[in-house]
Design a protein around this ligand. Structure first.
Ligand SMILES: Cc1ncc(COP(=O)(O)O)c(C=O)c1O
Length: 424
């Protein structure tokens, strides 16, 4: 029956319009909600940027919401990381997971620092405490932990380690706005946290970001560095600086998006509950583990697909879902230490990061995804799972070497599987 076959084998596609993996929350009440008049206000004021009214307004709102002393808007999360890391002593080592987005590591190099890659806990996708402890040396100046996919790390334990060894503790919370740790919204942990407001995030400005910190001295320095390094007092250039300005137009979008944050997260939680409920009995599908004290925002919905148990690897499932009209993304594939740019740092045993990067597949999750679409996605994954042998046969017949490995262990050490089209 065509209904029972996956689309890749000639079955009927049940998804009518292609489903995107991420989709920004675009206000649908643009003319009635005051957004239009805010945009007019900016255009009339002649102040399109330069930390003006709406950028300041956004900072105040975020400061109150996150319960942190200082919020500094920046042009995007990448620039925020670069500005923050430029405050560290040059040539020192920064402990960082390899299983992260490239910007996390680029910021270390741009700050003339040395990345020291640390493995992760494969279940939470976050930095491993054991690994952090074992990789601290006299040259280490900071830990740059990432709240991967919006799932908070073991924050208090990391704070204890940082305090014991007198290290700076920074969080790349790019994906984690609205996530909570021990009941508190992220933003006030460690010495500073950096957030992204790009279109794939729960709160989006089109492009944008911010740094949050409780440290007065650090906030002063960051404020200077994000403004080309200029001091506000005597106009001298005090530090190596950046153009970190968030435009007023982007700030307005962020303010409107922020109003929908809670609604957006509760919707994502409903979608996540459907995925958990309907996929949990399929062999080989593993969900990201959340620690008891953590309440993630579900910025992403990552799966780890164990090919031995499922019968197909994540790359094949990604291709099959594409045929069904479902876009999935394979994040951090390959992990940073195996990229061309960072091959000189590939001297650590980062087994869990490598396994997860081969197994990762992020399912669609956003405010515009309907419950029916989430159910359809589960339905097509289950039907792909019922036909794993035929799917393998199909790709073998096509001679598609990239896709025909049944288990990732067959491609051991070659990283053949993770060098496939990685939709990230
Ligand atoms: C973990 C992480 N760090 C940094 C960034 C960079 O943020 P931006 O795109 O705002 O520069 C991203 C973006 O997705 C990210 O996921």
């Amino acid at each position: 029956m065509a209904q029972d076959k996956p689309a890749v084998l000639g079955g009927t596609r049940i998804v009518s319009e292609n489903i995107r993996c991420c989709y920004p929350l675009v206000p649908n009440d643009i003319f009635s909600s005051g957004l239009q008049s805010a945009l007019n206000d900016v255009l009339k004021s002649g102040m399109l940027s330069n930390f003006s009214k709406y950028s300041r307004n956004l900072e105040n709102q975020l400061r109150d919401l996150l319960g942190v002393k200082h919020v500094l808007t920046v042009a995007n999360g990448t620039t925020g990381l670069e500005i923050l890391l430029s405050t560290l002593p040059r040539d020192s080592e920064v402990l960082v997971p390899s299983y992260t987005f490239s910007s996390t590591v680029h910021a270390i190099i741009i700050g003339r620092l040395k990345p020291k890659f640390v493995d992760i806990d494969k279940e939470t996708c976050n930095i491993s405490l054991q690994e952090v402890k074992s990789k601290i040396t006299k040259s280490t100046s900071a830990i740059l932990a990432v709240n991967v996919f919006g799932n908070p790390c073991q924050i208090h334990e990391l704070e204890e380690i940082a305090q014991k060894h007198q290290l700076k503790l920074f969080f790349d919370s790019a994906a984690a706005i609205g996530s909570k740790y021990k009941g508190r919204l992220l933003g006030s942990f460690g010495h500073a946290e950096v957030f992204s407001l790009s279109s794939t995030k729960v709160v989006n400005a089109g492009e944008g970001g911010f740094i949050a910190t409780n440290d007065d001295q650090l906030a002063k320095e960051l404020d200077c560095r994000r403004n080309y390094g200029y001091s506000k007092v005597d106009k001298d250039c005090l530090h190596v600086g950046f153009n970190g300005k968030l435009s007023e137009l982007n700030a307005i979008f962020a303010i409107w998006s922020l109003r929908n944050m809670e609604r957006s997260i509760s919707w994502r939680k409903k979608v996540a509950a459907i995925y958990h409920e309907q996929l949990r009995n399929i062999a080989g599908i593993h969900f990201q583990k959340t620690l008891e004290e953590c309440d993630p925002n579900f910025c992403n919905f990552p799966l780890a697909i164990d090919s031995k148990e499922f019968g197909l690897n994540a790359s094949v499932v990604h291709e099959c879902l594409k045929q069904e009209g479902v876009e999935t993304l394979r994040y951090f594939c390959p992990p940073m230490h195996l990229t061309k740019a960072y091959k000189e740092y590939n001297h650590h045993n980062l087994e869990q990061s490598e396994i997860l990067s081969r197994q990762n597949l992020c399912l669609p999750i956003h405010s515009h995804l309907s419950i029916e679409q989430a159910q359809q996605i589960c339905f097509v994954i289950a039907r792909i799972h019922r036909h794993t042998e035929e799917v393998l046969h199909h790709y073998r017949a096509l001679g598609d070497k990239r896709l025909m490995h049944k288990h990732e262990s067959e491609a051991k050490n070659s990283l053949l599987l993770s060098s496939f089209r990685c939709g990230a």
